[in-house]
Design a protein around this ligand. Sequence first.
Ligand SMILES: [Zn+2]
Length: 361
Amino acid sequence: MRNTIASRVAVAVTALTLLTPPGWAQAESTPDTGTLLALPAEATAHANQLQARLDIEAIDPSDYVCSSSTPIRDWLAASKADWTAVDHNLANLAQQVVLLDTVLFPDDAGTGFGAFTTPVTHAFRDLGRFWDIDSSRIRLLPLRSTMLTDRTKLTRIFTVGWGFPEAISKSLADQMATLMDTDKFDHGRHPGFTFNAFAIGGLEIPGFGTVPPEIVMGDGVLAGMRAVGLGDVAPQAILAHEYGHHVQYQRDLFNSDLTGPEASRRTELMADAFAGYYLTHARGATMQWKRVQQFVEVFAQLGDCSFAGDSHHGTPNQRLHAAEWGYGLANDAQKQGHVLPTLTFASLFDRQLPTLVAPDA
Ligand SMILES: [Zn+2]
């Protein structure tokens, strides 16, 4: 979802060891990798380092304990009602498998978004015309979990992502595909595996290749939004927020005097403001503010529970204020029939930020 200076520094430190297979792979005796739930710590660290290097921050409510009950959170919880603790652990691994496979092998990710293909692809095209950045550099990808029953792809990702030798990867792939191909995991298509959307700035990984700038939209989060009655606004709105991060990448807007949670709150609220502006502008998605507001409330409730510490997104109220500020600006701009340049928009936002985050109790 975002990018911080702190995470970039941390990433630089770990990058040197990235893609060096864990030492045990060359050891005389291979440790027991008989079960997916007892992967060697070195392999898990390898995959986690790789993920950190990609600088992904995802919307993933299942990673966090959250007490608030909202329609979409309840929907997700209900879909996992028959899962055991072991199932949850397996699902966490499955999520990481899907995410790394999609990002590292974008050519295999496909281009369709199921029932949402038209609104998503149209919104992506429209965003490209709306904001003054180079949209041709950004790849739009679906996050789909069908690869969880594909032994060839599973073998590949266990080898690249976890650093396992081919034979072990094959064995793990076989276990994974068998476990996933069951009713409780919807035969690999459970929405919990793809309850996610994120932006990646793009990077070179030594020894691997290029990961292009991407926006990744999960089947699961789109299905959830549809289930709670927001299917007409969520695809465009999530995309507009992620596109806002690409404005920030291309316009170098991640840097500010702020650090830690305040820095990420600034860039997240700015992405919400970019979205609010595009979604309601007459030359953008021309949505009713009331509808956008309903979406932001749901999105913000997810974010409030999902993001803590360095990736804090702002409170639901702050996120609503940011989107509403963008909406107000769109109203002003469309009277004059134009779209603000991204850098002008960002400097207006920075001026407004202290007001947006002022205590509201
Ligand atoms: Zn974000």
